[in-house]
Write a protein that binds this ligand. Structure first.
Ligand SMILES: Cc1cc2nc3c(=O)[nH]c(=O)nc-3n(C[C@H](O)[C@H](O)[C@H](O)COP(=O)(O)OP(=O)(O)OC[C@H]3O[C@@H](n4cnc5c(N)ncnc54)[C@H](O)[C@@H]3O)c2cc1C
Length: 455
């Protein structure tokens, strides 16, 4: 374990909520910067989404309880969609280890082990209070919002409630748990099984069933392919019938997998009616329709709100101008290379809290947010996709705020290559990637990987 602490700067008492990848890297950077940091984690271990949880029986199948009982939405067979090389934190590459899952797109457990290794290496465990769920966070002296803003954090561990005051709170609770559901006529009265992919784990319960899978992005595709060998029929309902070459190939390969347009309505006798007038009787509907941002514990008196999956106002997806840097969010952006981005967010938060850096004025941050929203409107991007970044330049611009290294070209290339390959070879892209050979050589000879050879 390495020791890294900077005690020469202004130190704050900081609470990080969540010990997933974002919370772990936040904890490390905050401590490095000299802050007294505690991580509150509701689960019994680190890893967040990557802490696989097979016990989903007590969860509402559509995620309708205020607090979810299950955090991870990972299913048993899940393999990474991003290649391992691009995922590592800057000084801790995600390398293949003998005796473990050495594949480039390994199963979920391998990423969990990587996060365990990360904790060991930097001694993060001692900062984490496990089995501790944060139930309420609010400002101490509201309505006074000054530089001395403090937060009351109420948490519960083994039925014991604890209330503490912190100088700063970093929210790192993830956003792939709370089901986002479509509105379909008859959904509330359809009597058969309806569930969200959040609680899908294995295909066995769907043996010989007629299953409707709603949504054809990552989980919808993965789950449909897994069900073809078990279910009687799988009917994949997509927003658009213009689908990728990869998915087309899969649909023509399996006689029991069919593509449909959107569902028009559900009927009490079990019928599922599609907008093109076709219908059939189904046993189960699995909604693979994505996830919503949700912070049921956070009371900011309406200063930060979630409006149709836009969390705002947030400057650079991280800082609410009226409450920053005392309150910050890490891990909100989607469609980015996650781990290095979380790392850059963590460094920025840590350095703002120590006074090493300053945010722009409130007016300038609000203006920047306004311009950002306007640019999304002009580009006709729906509000619920506000945090879909899908832009390497943005990550580099973000990095410049704190002199964080830009994404290496090989990271970008390998990321795009995996996306292209999955579009064409959906079933095989994780195991067949000849065109990556040269770029992989570049990656493995880059400082990110060769740093491990240094004493
Ligand atoms: C099916 C699926 C496949 C994915 N595949 C990939 C992939 O291939 N590559 C990739 O980069 N990403 C993938 N992701 C995204 C994944 O979520 C991120 O990799 C990463 O886990 C995000 O880290 P995080 O720390 O922000 O959130 P999380 O990993 O969700 O961690 C949040 C933590 O906060 C804790 N928490 C939440 N609420 C509270 C509370 N009130 N009190 C205390 N603790 C709390 C949770 O228990 C959890 O430990 C996938 C996600 C899913 C669902």
């Amino acid at each position: 374990m390495v020791s890294e602490r900077n005690s020469s700067v202004s130190s704050k008492k900081v609470c990080v909520i969540g010990a997933g990848p974002a919370g772990l890297v936040a904890a490390r950077e905050l401590r490095k910067e000299g802050h007294s940091t505690v991580v509150l984690e509701q689960s019994h271990d680190v890893g967040g989404q990557w802490l696989y949880d097979p016990k989903v029986e007590e969860e509402n199948p559509l995620g309708k309880d205020r607090f979810l009982k299950v955090h991870s939405s990972i299913y048993a067979s899940l393999r990474l969609t991003s290649p391992r090389e691009i995922m590592g934190f800057t000084d801790f590459p995600f390398v293949a280890r003998k005796g473990r899952d050495m594949r480039r797109f390994p199963g979920h457990e391998e990423l969990f082990l990587y996060l365990q290794d990360f904790c060991e290496r930097f001694g993060l465990r001692e900062m984490i209070r496990f089995n501790t769920r944060v139930e309420h966070v609010e400002m101490l002296d509201y309505p006074v919002l000054d530089d001395d803003l403090k937060w009351v954090v109420r948490s519960k561990a083994a039925e014991k409630a604890v209330e503490e005051v912190y100088d700063a709170v970093v929210v790192a609770t993830g956003h792939y748990s709370q089901p986002r559901l479509p509105r379909i006529k008859g959904m509330d009265t359809w009597k058969r099984r309806q569930m969200h992919s959040h609680i899908y784990r294995v295909p066995d319960p769907f043996k010989n069933e007629v299953v409707v899978v709603v949504g054809n992005s990552l989980s919808g595709q993965d789950i449909s392919i897994e069900l073809v060998n078990v279910a009687k029929e799988i009917h994949l309902s997509a927003k658009s019938l213009t689908i990728s070459e990869g998915l087309s190939k899969v649909i023509s390969k399996y006689h029991n997998l069919h593509l449909h347009p959107q569902i028009e309505s559900l009927h009490e006798d079990g019928r599922v009616l599609f907008v093109d007038g076709s219908w059939f009787v189904a046993d189960t509907i699995i909604y693979c329709t994505g996830y919503s941002y949700s912070f049921p514990f956070l009371d900011t008196k309406g200063i930060v709100v979630v409006d149709d999956d836009r969390v705002g106002p947030l400057y650079e997806h991280t800082f609410p101008p009226s409450l920053a840097p005392s309150l910050s969010f890490i891990g909100i952006p989607r469609k980015i290379i996650g781990f290095p981005f979380f790392e850059s967010q963590a460094k920025w938060i840590a350095q703002l809290l120590s006074g090493k850096r300053r945010l722009p004025s409130w007016e300038d941050m609000m203006q920047s947010i306004k311009e950002f929203y306007h640019s999304r409107d002009v580009a006709a991007i729906p509000k619920h996709n506000t945090h879909d970044v899908a832009n390497f330049e943005y990550c580099d611009k973000y990095a410049d705020y704190i002199d964080f290294p830009h994404l290496e070209e090989w990271r970008k290339e390998l990321c795009l290559s995996a996306l292209r390959n999955s579009e064409i070879n959906l079933e095989t892209y994780r195991d067949s990637y000849e065109e990556d050979e040269e770029m992989l050589r570049v990656a493995h000879n880059s400082p990110h990987f060769t740093q491990l050879d240094r004493p």
